[in-house]
Design a protein around this ligand. Structure first.
Ligand code: ZN
Length: 246
């Protein structure tokens, strides 16, 4: 809340696991191109994160298979049960895209654990589903190339990270985008395997920092420029494969 001691504070205030949120905007409803998994009040985001989610949903969502978003934050941030972070509107849980075994895109019904083979068991409908490499990669690509805010992390299981990087390489993705995605995707330790969703976290721009946003540890010495880096494709591939090592 605005207060006389810190009248200039606004937006995302503090660290992802300690902060609060002012001026949040609600994200999504239950329809195309972005759907919330549950119709609850954990749908408040920093405006930049809200725009990133909507943009990536427009890029990747299908009418029969929207981008399904889980918990983001409470309307004024702060503690959210079941999560360590999700306090400043800069964190969002995003469910994976799936296809059924006939190859049709389906609406993701819930958090489903994906095995190393890319298959997930939907216990409600009693069916196997396949991790949709193309659309999950398109989602990651859209997020890491956004112009709204720096992306600090796309938390995801190590095997799925490697799967997506291999897919991107196989389809001839721009090396700079692969490199950027390889930097942003990571399996956090010890915060759960993230084998059933992406966790997207945006960082603070300089103007957010002035308003009280705190980045915390990003695990990187310095952030690479978003795009436009010049590296030979061979260098990129070597870097990606090195990063994919356990
Ligand atoms: Zn999360």
């Amino acid at each position: 809340m605005p207060n006389p001691i810190f009248p200039d504070q606004a937006g995302s205030i503090g660290l992802p696991h300690e902060g609060t949120l002012l001026g949040a905007v609600p994200v999504g409803d239950t329809s195309f191109p972005l759907a919330r998994l549950r119709d609850n009040d954990r749908r408040w985001a920093h405006p930049a994160l809200a725009r990133i989610l909507l943009d990536s949903a427009r890029t990747t969502g299908l009418r029969e298979s929207p981008l399904v978003v889980g918990d983001i934050a409470a309307s004024t941030g702060g503690e959210l049960s079941g999560h360590r972070s999700h306090r400043t509107g800069r964190d969002a849980d995003v469910l994976f895209y799936f296809r059924d075994l006939a190859g049709d895109a389906i609406r993701t019904p819930d958090f489903l654990v994906v095995g190393p083979d890319g298959l997930a068991w939907d216990k409600v409908r009693r069916r196997w589903l396949r991790f949709d490499d193309a659309r999950n990669w398109a989602f990651v690509r859209s997020v890491v190339t956004n112009r709204e805010a720096p992306i600090h992390w796309v938390f995801v299981h190590r095997a799925l990270r490697e799967r997506l990087l291999r897919y991107a390489t196989a389809v001839g993705e721009q090396p700079a985008v692969i490199y950027e995605a390889s930097e942003r995707m990571a399996q956090p330790m010890p915060s759960g395997p993230h084998d059933d969703h992406f966790h997207v976290r945006i960082g603070c721009t300089e103007s957010y920092v002035i308003e009280g946003c705190e980045n915390g540890w990003t695990g990187r010495v310095k952030a690479l420029p978003l795009l436009g880096i010049t590296l030979a494709p061979g260098d990129i591939r070597a870097a990606v494969l090195a990063l994919a090592e356990p």
